[in-house]
Design a protein around this ligand. Sequence first.
Ligand code: NAD
Length: 255
Amino acid sequence: MDWQGKVVIVTGGAQGIGMAVTHTFARAGAHVAVADSDPEAGIEIQQAMRAEGRSVTAHVCDVSSENDIRTVIGEVTAKHNRIDCLINVAGISWIGGLFDRSLSDWDRVININLRGPYLFAKHAASHMPRDSAIVNIASTRALMSEPDTEPYSASKAGLIGLTHALAITLGKTGIRVNVISPGWIDVSAWRKSSMRNQAKLSEKDHAQHPAGRVGIPEDIAELCLYLADSNKAGFITGQNFVVDGGMTRKMIYEE
Ligand code: NAD
């Protein structure tokens, strides 16, 4: 697919997995609108990509705010009059016990990780032509859990449900909707410069994965590019793709 002239919105596109998604689509020739709540990171990626000759605009946006979402979509469509692809990456993780976190903590995770992708898809869809695509980023924690991860796991499992519901609703408009569930992806080097700090991963970290290594952001970004390309992935919609080096296929009994 020729991405020249195509317009892609990447939420959370300034750092981490989203940063790799922004790089991948911008280098493929698309215009990328980065909707990220961190203004410093947004400006950095905009400048870095423009220095490479790519077309990237940073939009400060908290995906838990419907107003922010409307504003970004308004800015993008006023300039480009179309959205060819929406990649919902923005998300926050969660560390906290079942009994010691408040309702507002729960709401914050759900509002960013689940309501945000719902609202973005809802407001973007009417600007998306046939053969366009939405890709959501969930997590293998939608499928398996460690203790005390309730809102995160629930938000990501919800995102898988949201994905197939949207795929059915939007199918008649020619918009495909899929979701990727990453496992452990090392994003430590994919940060704004003030926060960048390559993690030291151990042999054990890598070796526990059937694929022999911890994931990298490009593992996810390349699949986003494939799923967004209707010439290649035009028969794929409503699906969840687990990209975790095989970890969720590994049976573990404690000795
Ligand atoms: P990250 O923290 O490295 O980057 C997240 C980006 O999203 C940042 O630029 C941040 O500013 C932005 N962001 C955070 N809250 C936002 C909001 N309310 N509105 C807009 N932007 C916001 O995260 P990551 O590790 O790259 O994770 C990206 C996505 O992938 C998340 O949805 C996460 O749940 C999912 N995921 C990550 C991993 C992993 O191992 N890194 C594994 C599974 C799933």
